[in-house]
Structure formats: structure tokens, C-alpha cells
Design a protein around this ligand. Structure first.
Ligand SMILES: *[C@@H]1O[C@H](CO)[C@@H](O)[C@H](O)[C@H]1NC(C)=O
Ligand SMILES: *[C@@H]1O[C@H](CO)[C@@H](O)[C@H](O)[C@H]1NC(C)=O
Ligand SMILES: *[C@@H]1O[C@H](CO)[C@@H](O)[C@H](O)[C@H]1NC(C)=O
Length: 395
């Protein structure tokens, strides 16, 4: 009893100390202290780089603050490892230089643990100054335009409440990362902007993307080779090309598994939920995929598996893909399809899709004449619950 009373006597002191520590814990490195000027004209690359270096070397929790204003910044790599967690707090507007720049990145964060990017501000990629230089549809050796934000080898990190506007290439690229949360993001670019994927993930695991709005010119979210344990929750997508697993099998034989897309919505997108692989392709597997509680509003191809993906015609259509797709659930997918092909599953003749499950599918065709239909090739699986269109011919 006595010792308990004693310890409680110190409770307020302990509480006070924790509070003081909490308040003082983050050392703030305001980019303006490093010479940044938020007038939209001065180049602030060195100031950002210096602020980052100081924060990274600080032995404790640090914050890089980008205050209100428009800060012009050139491409740069923000490289760890750092001595403590870093919060990159963006209140203002960070603006890219005009033109194609000649590099594949704008902001690259590399080898950092416990990074957070927050603050409600904007990364404005000035994409319209670079999109006319994108000739990748015609030129296989095209120079890649800069991705707005790259995470390479980043762990236990967060992007929350940030706007990515008009990226020149992808908005956000996640590569070789583990445990990244992406929340309340706004991703915006025009429907006709080329290659402006919202969030691309490859060789990464434990990625959670939630409560975000993605309106862009290419895939809202694309999950490339080696994406594992990715959860997409409450994402609103459109315009854009939808959520895609792939393209797979072209040059990296890494499996994709444990992907969930739930409580999400597509408005006027080209595709809804799609898995695509090249043909011919390297051998790999796609498995344990759940698409659940998804609303389609006027989507051209709501449910789509394409195992002969061949966008620029430079592959051999007579060959089959060697990517095995199995254990996939499409559950409670409802709404409207812009084309009659509401469900279209084109699997490989070499590795037919296994255990594809379709449950409570209610998709109607928006056109005046005809009804939605389902087309399947090389698919083994089952269907139950509501089946609109009729899935009898499929599984
Ligand atoms: C996401 O939205 C849901 C529903 O509005 C809310 O309950 C949840 O707290 C939100 N989570 C985050 C991390 O914003
Ligand atoms: C399918 O969706 C339509 C349109 O939203 C709705 O009227 C109908 O009741 C649904 N059918 C079933 C079986 O849920
Ligand atoms: C689905 O509808 C389209 C357009 O009318 C048609 O070309 C296609 O043959 C139909 N597919 C099936 C399986 O009925």
C-alpha cells in the first residue's frame, strides 16, 4: 500500500515530464532558416537539402517545416539513414521546375526509417510543362519524366493529408519499402495526362492506402512485381485507368500476393479491378487477392483479367503468359458498366486461372440497347449469390 501511494505521488511529475518531453521532442528545421524563399521564383533546392541534412543528423525527433508560400524546388535525393524519426511537414506549396528536367525523380526519399510527410500542403509537379515531351507510346527508348515522390528503401513511414498535383510522370512510387501508410491523400491530374499513375508499388510489403481520392490520367493504383500485403481501403478513383495488379511478367519474375481492395469506388474509369500480365512472360504467381464491396459508376471494364497484355503491339500474341493467377475473390461488386463487357476474364492457356470466385456481382450496362455480359477464357472457379451478368458461361 505504502509504495503504491508513494508512486502515485509522483504521477503528476511524471505526467509533466512526459508532456514537456513531448512538446520539446521535435526539433524544427524551418526551410526558411536555411534560406528558402516562398515566392515561387527563387530556387530552394539547396535550402531543402540543407534542412534535410540537419534534420537527418539530429539525434532525436525532428521536423522539416515548409511554411505557407510557394517554394520552387529542383529534383533531389533525400538520403538516410537518419539518426531519428523525421516529419516533413508541408503547409505551403512545393512547386517543380518547368519542362522535362531529364531526371526520373523530383523528390526521392531513400534509406529512411520513420519518415512522415504531413501538413495539408501540395506537391505541384507542373506536369503540363512536361507531358508534351512524353513520347513513350511511340518511342520504346523514351526518356522517363520525373516521378513526383519516390520512396526507395523506406520503412515504417507515413504520408498523410498531402495533395499531389499534376505530376510529370507517376505521382508516388513505392519501391523496396516495408510498412508504409498512405492516408487522406488527394491526387489530381487531368484524365488525358500520360503515365500519371497515382500510386505505384513494387517489391514492397505491408502497404496500407486509405481514405484517399485519386483523379488522374493513368492507373489510380498499380501494383507491380513483388507487391505483398497491400491493403486499399476507402479509395475514390476516377478519372483514370482504375486499380491494376500488373503489368507482370515482362522483366521481373516476382510474385504478387495478399492484396485487398475494399470499400472503394470508381467513377467513369477505363477499368475497375484489373489483373494484367504480358504474353509471353516470365514465370511467377499472383495469389490471394480480395476485391470486396466496390461500387462501379459508369466504368468501361469493371472486372478484367488480361493475360495477353500487349499495349504497343510489340509482343507475340500467339504466345501465352506464364504467370499463374489463383485464389482471387470478387465479392459484392455493384454498379454500372459503360461497355457490355462487365466481366471479362482472359486467362492464360498455359497456366489457366485457378480458384477464381465471383460472389454477389450486380453490374448493369448503361447503354440503351443490350445487356451486360461476361466473357471468360481458361478460368476455373465458382460463382454464387447475385450473378448479374449471368456468370454461368464463366466458372
Ligand atoms: C478513414 O475514414 C473512416 C470513415 O470515415 C474513419 O472512420 C477513419 O478514422 C479514417 N481513417 C484515417 C486514418 O483517416
Ligand atoms: C442490382 O442493382 C440494381 C440497381 O442498383 C438494383 O435495383 C437491384 O435490386 C440489384 N439486385 C440485387 C439482386 O441485389
Ligand atoms: C457481349 O456483348 C458484346 C457486344 O454486344 C458482344 O460482342 C459479345 O459477343 C458478347 N459476349 C458474350 C459472351 O455474349
Amino acid at each position: 500500500m505504502a509504495s503504491r501511494a508513494l508512486s502515485c505521488k509522483f504521477c503528476p511529475i511524471v505526467f509533466f515530464l512526459v508532456l514537456v518531453w513531448g512538446v520539446q521532442a521535435r526539433k524544427v528545421f524551418n526551410v526558411e532558416m536555411f534560406g528558402a524563399v516562398g515566392n515561387g521564383k527563387t530556387d530552394n533546392t539547396k535550402a531543402f537539402s540543407d534542412a534535410f541534412r540537419s534534420a537527418c543528423q539530429y539525434n532525436g525527433r525532428s521536423r522539416i517545416l515548409v511554411p505557407m508560400g510557394t517554394f520552387l524546388v529542383w529534383s533531389n535525393v533525400y538520403k538516410g539513414p537518419c539518426k531519428g524519426p523525421i516529419d516533413f511537414k508541408v503547409k505551403g506549396n512545393i512547386k517543380a521546375h518547368a519542362g522535362p528536367v531529364g531526371l526520373d525523380h523530383w523528390f526521392t526519399f531513400r534509406y529512411i526509417d520513420r519518415l512522415s510527410i504531413t501538413g495539408g500542403g501540395t506537391f505541384d509537379g507542373q506536369g503540363h510543362t512536361a507531358w508534351p515531351h512524353n513520347d513513350c507510346m511511340k518511342n520504346p527508348n523514351c526518356k522517363s519524366l520525373p516521378v513526383s515522390i519516390r520512396f526507395d528503401f523506406v520503412t515504417n513511414s507515413l504520408i498523410r493529408r498531402i495533395t499531389s498535383l499534376d505530376s510529370k510522370n507517376f505521382h508516388i512510387n513505392i519501391f523496396e519499402c516495408d510498412n508504409i501508410r498512405i492516408e487522406r491523400l488527394r491526387i489530381i491530374a487531368p484524365a488525358e495526362s500520360p503515365n500519371t499513375d497515382g500510386i505505384h508499388v513494387a517489391l514492397s510489403e505491408n502497404i496500407k492506402i486509405q481514405n484517399s481520392t485519386i483523379a488522374t490520367g493513368d492507373d489510380c493504383i498499380s501494383l507491380g512485381p513483388g507487391s505483398k500485403k497491400v491493403e486499399v481501403l476507402r479509395v475514390k478513383c476516377g478519372p483514370g485507368h482504375g486499380i491494376s495488379i500488373g503489368s507482370l511478367g515482362k522483366s521481373h519474375p516476382y510474385d504478387v500476393s495478399g492484396i485487398t481492395v475494399r470499400n472503394s469506388r470508381f467513377d467513369g474509369t477505363d477499368n475497375g479491378l484489373r489483373i494484367k500480365t504480358w504474353a509471353p512472360s516470365l514465370k511467377s504467381k499472383v495469389h490471394d487477392i480480395i476485391f470486396e464491396d466496390v461500387i462501379m459508376n459508369n466504368v468501361r471494364n469493371p472486372i478484367l483479367i488480361e493475360q495477353q497484355y500487349c499495349p504497343s503491339g510489340n509482343c507475340d500474341k500467339s504466345k501465352a503468359s506464364s504467370v499463374q493467377i489463383q485464389d482471387v475473390w470478387f465479392k459484392h461488386i455493384r454498379g454500372t458498366s459503360q461497355s457490355q463487357a462487365a466481366v471479362n476474364l482472359q486467362c492464360s492457356s498455359l497456366y489457366p486461372c485457378k480458384n477464381i470466385n465471383l460472389a454477389d456481382i450486380n453490374l448493369s450496362y448503361k447503354g440503351l440497347k443490350g445487356a451486360a455480359n461476361a466473357t471468360c477464357l481458361n478460368v476455373q472457379g465458382s460463382a454464387w449469390g447475385v450473378q448479374r451478368p449471368n456468370l454461368e458461361a464463366c466458372v
